[in-house]
Write a protein that binds this ligand. Structure first.
Ligand code: UDP
Length: 408
């Protein structure tokens, strides 16, 4: 008889770009280690499996985070358990039918959440279904995708496992009632493209249509294209002009792309405008440095590619802690003002070259420790959803892949 593929359902939501990137990473990691043995589906539960107004969550997020005060009130207001537990419990009364239908559809052997608002509701629904004899209990894991400051809703004591990227997050998990044995620190799940060998830099530059001999600056506005991309380009044009080429990654911000495509840069700055790119590993490998907001995924990816980082902003609350992470680890600087960013970059390209090289070296050093995180998480997840009989073969496959990986 043919063996049924094990099904892993990853709960994500397009609030920002990081949760989708993590979901994609897990899917690719399972594929790499176990081929056809697992089917991994990632599902935006809030958008696709809840009724109005709950399905507006990603849109609301995109609006809210642009309004710092409102976001802070919402974020901190929901931080205490005595507030967010009842709020989400009440929400679950409205959405549980559709969420249950999503579980019926995907028939998961394992549920993995990569989103802070997908613990309480799905766990409740799964437990209800188990109580009613609809399905046997399904193991549930959270994979935290914030680097430092995490919202308390990430942590639910009833999860079977909680994977966190840093010891800082582990302490937050324990403060939220998780026991040490539930928590594993492996790092952030970064897409495999970042740990695989790509073409050399000069070849990538050619295939991406970039200048061969100029320093390349990647200017990333996050999945939503946030941040002062236009003003930064202007400042770089004033200060550095033809001394570098900038790749402006505008995410899903169509209005910005349109504007930039019709702009000229009198200082001679070479600008390449992109929308949401799906080959970020190539763009980063082809670049020399990155200017970005303090998104955890982007920071981790930049470190793996050895790029010194200029952070030009952060989403209030959950990304605030990423600023000292970058600055204290001496892999980059924080500067909001476009003119000052242009000044730093001008220095890095000329008299401050030594500082720039030190940052790049430190970035590579830290990044190399994170390369294996994805596969370590995937192995542990695979072990969670398989019966004891198959555990040995999973371990053997994992061992082989990890050995291959670390010698690559
Ligand atoms: N990203 C991408 N293409 C783009 C812009 C962003 O693949 O055009 C990815 C980026 O590489 C990172 C994620 O989206 O993996 C953004 O996640 P991060 O945690 O940095 O910030 P968020 O957008 O979630 O706030």
């Amino acid at each position: 008889a043919t063996k049924r593929r094990k099904r892993v359902m990853v709960l994500m939501s397009d609030t920002g770009g990081g949760h989708r990137a993590s979901a994609e990473a897990l899917q690719a990691g399972f594929e790499q280690l176990y081929g056809d043995d697992f089917q991994v589906d990632y599902v935006d539960v809030w958008t696709d499996h809840t009724p109005y107004p709950f399905n507006q969550l990603p849109k609301t997020y995109s609006f809210m985070v642009r309004n710092s005060l409102m976001w802070r009130i919402g974020y901190y207001g929901q931080q205490p358990r005595f507030i967010h537990v009842p709020t989400q419990t009440v929400s679950s009364l409205f959405v549980s039918k559709q969420v249950a239908a999503a579980f019926d559809h995907y028939q998961p052997d394992l549920v993995v959440s990569v989103h802070p608002l997908m613990q309480l509701v799905p766990l409740r629904v799964l437990r209800q279904q188990a109580r009613r004899g609809k399905r046997k209990p399904v193991p549930f894991a959270t994979v935290v995708t914030d680097l430092t400051t995490c919202h308390n809703t990430w942590f639910h004591p009833l999860v079977d496992r909680c994977f966190v990227p840093t010891l800082y997050c582990k302490r937050s998990a324990m403060r939220n009632g998780l026991k040490e044995e539930q928590i594993t620190v492996h790092g952030l799940p970064i897409r495999p493209a970042f740990s695989q060998k790509l073409a050399p830099k000069h070849q990538l530059r050619r295939s991406l249509g970039l200048e061969r001999d100029l320093p390349i600056v990647l200017l990333v506005g996050g999945g939503e294209g946030m941040g002062a991309i236009e003003k930064t380009l202007q400042a770089l044009d004033d200060r550095v002009g033809g001394g570098c080429q900038v790749v402006a990654v505008c995410g899903r911000n169509k209005a910005l792309i349109e504007r930039l495509n019709h702009r000229s840069f009198p200082g001679g700055l070479k600008v390449r405008v992109c929308g949401f790119v799906t080959n970020m590993a190539e763009w980063m490998t082809a670049s020399d440095t990155i200017i970005t907001k303090a998104g955890p995924g982007t920071i981790a990816e930049a470190l793996i590619c050895g790029l010194p980082i200029i952070l030009n902003g952060f989403i209030p609350c959950q990304e605030e802690g990423n600023v000292p992470f970058v600055v204290d680890n001496k892999v980059g600087l924080f500067e909001r003002k476009p003119a000052a960013i242009a000044q730093i970059l001008e220095g890095w390209l000329t008299v401050e070259k030594a500082e720039f090289n030190r940052f790049a070296e430190r970035a590579r050093e830290i990044g190399s420790r994170w390369k294996g995180a994805l596969l370590r998480i995937v192995v542990d997840l695979a072990l969670m959803c398989d019966s004891a009989l198959e555990v040995e073969s999973i371990k053997a496959a994992a061992h082989k892949a990890l050995v291959q990986h670390s010698s690559a």
